[in-house]
Design a binder for this molecule. Sequence first.
Ligand SMILES: Cc1cc2nc3c(=O)[nH]c(=O)nc-3n(C[C@H](O)[C@H](O)[C@H](O)COP(=O)(O)OP(=O)(O)OC[C@H]3O[C@@H](n4cnc5c(N)ncnc54)[C@H](O)[C@@H]3O)c2cc1C
Length: 520
Amino acid sequence: MRREAMVSAVRERLEAQIPWDIAVVGGGATGMGVAVDAASRGLSVVLVDAHDFGKGTSSRSTKLVHGGVRYLEQGNIPLVMSALKERGLMRQNAPHLVHDLAFVVPNYSWWEAPFYGIGLKLYDMLAGKYGFGASKLLSREETLERLPGLEPEGLTGGVVYYDGQFDDARLLIHLAMTAADQGATLVNYCPATGLMRDADGYVNGVLARDEEMGEELALPARIVVNATGVFTDSIRRMAEPDAEPLMVTSQGIHLVFDRSFLKGNTALMVPRTSDGRVLFVIPWHGHAVAGTTDTPVDAPSLEPRPFEEEIEFVLETAARYLTRPPTRADVLAVYVGLRPLVKGEGRTSTLSRDHVIHVDASGLLTITGGKWTTYRHMAEDCVDHAITLGKLPDLECVTKNLRIHGYLEDASGLGNLEVYGADAEAIRKLAEDPVLSAQLDSALPYIAAEVVWAARAEMARTAEDVLARHTRALFLNVRAAIAMAKPVAELLAAELGRDEAWIDAQVTEFSELAEQYRVV
Ligand SMILES: Cc1cc2nc3c(=O)[nH]c(=O)nc-3n(C[C@H](O)[C@H](O)[C@H](O)COP(=O)(O)OP(=O)(O)OC[C@H]3O[C@@H](n4cnc5c(N)ncnc54)[C@H](O)[C@@H]3O)c2cc1C
């Protein structure tokens, strides 16, 4: 994927005056899923994102591919079943990126084992042929064997069950590459600034600004899909300034610790925290990630900040279950994500997690809500609607069996390059050059070749892109990420033809941003 080629494709189409079948605004899981679905059906599709693909919520999740044990408790069986099926399809189509993970629910009261045991059996059953492994009751000793760092006092036993885990930003990048492989045109750093209208007032294209060239772009399209997550209403207002808001937003934080807080390969699941939510402590990229929270927020932002109460809440809850209670000084990074929730009554944690498709009077098609795990199903539903609305050819969805870019049945032998799947080979080739085989910081496994690859093949444009999403340095260890900023900016500058001043600006900008991911 090369950005220059993508922008040229946009210009060529405009010159030829051929509208795209579908123009997508927003390159998170939802929009990128739509691009993959549409392109693989044979439709022409263009997608723009205001920032790097995945900058929004889609790089800030709990990293679970799951049916949602919590929604089971709420009695939403269809949502759980559909998500469990999608969990199975995600592992089938991206085995290099999605793998099984064992979760233990520890029991400290006599009634918990039968209660959670029965619930999790139902969870297994609903997965049917897409099951990931049978849940089972554990004795006290078995529970401690799986979670050696667990608080033993009062522990009576536990229940183990299985779900999926992934690297969200990495899957997003591979979805972008899948869409590009299928012929989609994708442009990052290109915010939609307005919508085009036909003589009858119907939306028939997107106006966008290429932030790198400072050029205004017009993207005529039969259907425009708004997939901007928590920013959904701002795009709808471009079509109808008085549109009733559709969205509410709640934020969730995660704290990242050294792996020693969670020994073993099993995740801890606390089914009912003091505020009635679920809390996970999960092994991820050699670290332990704890979260999340659910705090209503007024306005969406691309860089939401954690609230003090949220940090304290996660620390306190984790401390109740871990023998070595984590403190503020142990936090290597904090990251915050915003949930795009469709309006309804009540607390944000009880609002529907189903996706919603909305068509405004202007013909703008909005898709929002849902979750990462259901991105494929959401995209199928959205493109089906787009075909009807835009009178597009009736092409069948093919994504149930579409392999995601980098597909490799068993990538486990690739070590730190596992998440790249089949692309790991190309990165290893780059790393034959000793300069590019250098590790960028001793705390994290990333090497210089990954930066070059991100610039050449994955459309990374800035130090932040590389450090936050193409590698996960910023999400794992803020100190190490800041130390990596200079070498990363230098490597990028050589690839993208930038000068010394650009390098300095990148290091300053990134270091300032990274401070927000630190807990002091
Ligand atoms: C704390 C938390 C934990 C979660 N954990 C899980 C989990 O473990 N498993 C799971 O399945 N789901 C999880 N989710 C849900 C999941 O992450 C989201 O449902 C999903 O990422 C939403 O994707 P999206 O594409 O709709 O939004 P986003 O990823 O936010 O994408 C929207 C995009 O629109 C772009 N944009 C905005 N305005 C414009 C414009 N004017 N022009 C162009 N582009 C624009 C933004 O830059 C952004 O990239 C979690 C969510 C949160 C908040």
